[in-house]
Design a protein around this ligand. Structure first.
Ligand SMILES: *[C@@H]1O[C@H](CO)[C@@H](O)[C@H](O)[C@H]1NC(C)=O
Ligand SMILES: *[C@@H]1O[C@H](CO)[C@@H](O)[C@H](O)[C@H]1NC(C)=O
Ligand SMILES: *[C@@H]1O[C@H](CO)[C@@H](O)[C@H](O)[C@H]1NC(C)=O
Length: 511
């Protein structure tokens, strides 16, 4: 337990001269040459003083109800490393946490400094305010903007159709009878998880480690042993981060297990915008991305090692990108009936079967644009790369889509959404993405340098006819898996080296 200094330590402190120096690593924008800079606060995850937070979402990206005794489902682990020089002995590095257990346990109704009163008694709004509160504690000053933390995101795919909690395309709807596509074991199936926290600490002379872990089964007695948990009947997730001080970067180890009761779970590591709306959200959030990357000019570097895949329905996203713009091209403003979240994801699980096929063009985007600009329609069976697409869903509120079309997931975001899911294929090779099934999968750990900007510029996204094409901005980029309705599946992976590289638009002033 990382508490405040023990009385013994306080006594010791009073006898010595204490010299505290905050060790700053990576506080300067890393120059990538050729006028490129990192868009994230912690390029490559190299900063010893880590900033990481956790958020949990119900089926439509809200809280709904807090889990008993767990507080609002937002928590953070942020610390500086202090070098303490005592009168006798060698200088010693100490972890100085910025977020207390009291902060992390804050729940609806608890007073929270800075939170507007109307946020305090509403579970959904309370989480929004808590994220900002934790962000203030974790914030690191930087140019062009301060930043706060990497974000671990958990989502429960259960949906209680009788609870009337989730809007349809952003419009509130009443209860409706259960449907097989919405798993739910009964009342309370949309619950938030148990969240346990091991604060980051030294686990050897030079190794720092911390974790969040827990279960959706509220009656589970959760241990942290993954080998044991595999055999248990409860659902389980954990994210453990580890780093050697002064060397390399953080490695985030993820583990996710579904069960009969919780067959659809999602776990991602996100780099979200430091302010404004992040993909999938209609409230201001906090994050790591201090410059919002814009298509076509940005790249993402990340090392991914998949250890266990999560079964045939595990939609493992090598890159999951989220942005938001209205169908007429205007930026999102929080109006959930006209804002549209846009997602694009490459699913790298080779077991996942692509839905888009010559005889099922409903599942395909209207056209594919090759890297050289050539456009091929989906009815052009000789030339359209069907095997490159899993599915495309138009926004549920779009008025002018091309027939035939597919609308999906109308209840799973606060607003309508457009989804473009792709799978490894030679057409993505020009952007550095996997070109064949199995690339980057189990046994094939890789460091990817993805031209996400170039790729996302050429993807089809719906806009009303005659409106000027939007500048596509991606406020959330993440990696992780969505284990889609399948019980007792285990996914395990590590993410490291994450960085987003964008053109340097700041004027260089030579002193
Ligand atoms: C930690 O450092 C001490 C002093 O240098 C050394 O004696 C000890 O073996 C080290 N322990 C580990 C686990 O490296
Ligand atoms: C563009 O690329 C596609 C796929 O490689 C190719 O079939 C097509 O001929 C190219 N078009 C031009 C104009 O080069
Ligand atoms: C294919 O689709 C495009 C765009 O919808 C349309 O203009 C064209 O006529 C279609 N071609 C055929 C052969 O159906």
């Amino acid at each position: 337990m990382e508490k405040r200094p023990s009385s013994k330590l306080v006594q010791w402190w009073s006898m010595v001269v204490v010299l505290a120096v905050v060790i700053l690593f990576g506080s300067f924008t890393t120059s990538k040459g050729d006028g490129y800079v990192s868009a994230v606060g912690d390029p490559g995850m190299k900063r010893d003083g880590l900033r990481v937070a956790l958020e949990a979402w119900n089926f439509c990206n809200e809280v709904g109800a807090e889990a008993p005794n767990m507080g609002s489902p937002r928590a953070a682990d942020c610390f500086d490393l202090l070098s303490k020089q005592y009168l006798s002995g060698m200088p010693k590095l100490e972890v100085s946490h910025l977020v207390t257990e009291e902060d992390n346990s804050l729940g609806v109704g608890d007073p929270m400094p800075g939170a507007p009163p109307k946020y305090l008694n509403n579970v959904d709004l309370y989480a929004v305010a808590k994220e900002i509160y934790l962000g203030d504690k974790c914030q690191v000053r930087d140019t062009p903007k301060p930043w706060q933390f990497w974000m671990i995101m958990l989502k429960n795919g259960n949906m209680d159709t009788s609870a009337s909690l989730c809007p349809k395309d952003g419009v509130k709807v009443g209860p409706f009878p259960p449907q097989s596509r919405f798993p739910c074991f009964g009342k309370g199936c949309m619950n938030q998880p148990l969240v346990y926290h091991k604060y980051t600490r030294f686990v050897g002379n030079d190794t720092l480690r911390g974790s969040f872990y827990g279960s959706y089964d509220l009656d589970a007695v959760v241990t942290r042993n993954e080998n044991t948990n595999r055999e248990q009947s409860y659902s389980y997730y954990s994210v453990t981060w580890e780093k050697q001080v002064g060397e390399g970067g953080w490695s985030f180890h993820h583990y996710l297990k579904t069960t009969n009761k919780y067959p659809w779970l999602m776990l991602y590591l996100r780099s979200d915008a430091t302010d404004g709306f992040s993909g999938g959200y209609h409230y201001p959030t906090r994050g790591m991305t201090k410059i919002i990357p814009e298509s076509p000019d940005f790249k993402v570097r990340v090392t991914l090692e998949v250890k266990q895949g999560g079964g045939p329905n595990s939609q493992f996203y090598l890159m999951d990108m989220g942005g938001c713009w209205k169908n007429d091209g205007r930026p999102c403003d929080g109006d959930v009936t006209t804002d549209v979240t846009r997602y694009s994801e490459m699913i790298i699980n080779p077991e996942r079967q692509a839905n888009c096929q010559p005889n099922r063009i409903t599942q395909c985007p209207p056209y594919h644009t090759f890297a050289n600009g050539t456009r091929v329609y989906r009815n052009d069976t000789a030339n359209f790369p069907y095997d490159a697409y899993h599915l495309h869903c138009v926004p549920g509120n779009a008025q002018h889509f091309e027939e035939p079309y597919n609308i999906c997931d109308q209840y799973s975001n606060p607003q309508p959404q457009e989804i473009m899911q792709i799978v490894p294929h030679p057409v993505w090779g020009e952007y550095g993405y996997p070109t064949t099934k199995g690339e980057g999968w189990i046994g094939d750990k890789r460091t990817w340098e993805l031209d996400v900007g170039g790729m996302s510029q050429n993807l089809y996204f719906y806009q009303d006819p005659g409106t000027p094409p939007v500048k596509r901005q991606w406020s959330s980029l993440d990696v992780g898996t969505e284990i889609y309705v399948s019980k007792n599946q285990v996914a395990e992976w590590t993410v490291s080296d994450f960085d987003i590289i964008v053109p340097n638009t700041e004027q260089k002033s030579l002193a």
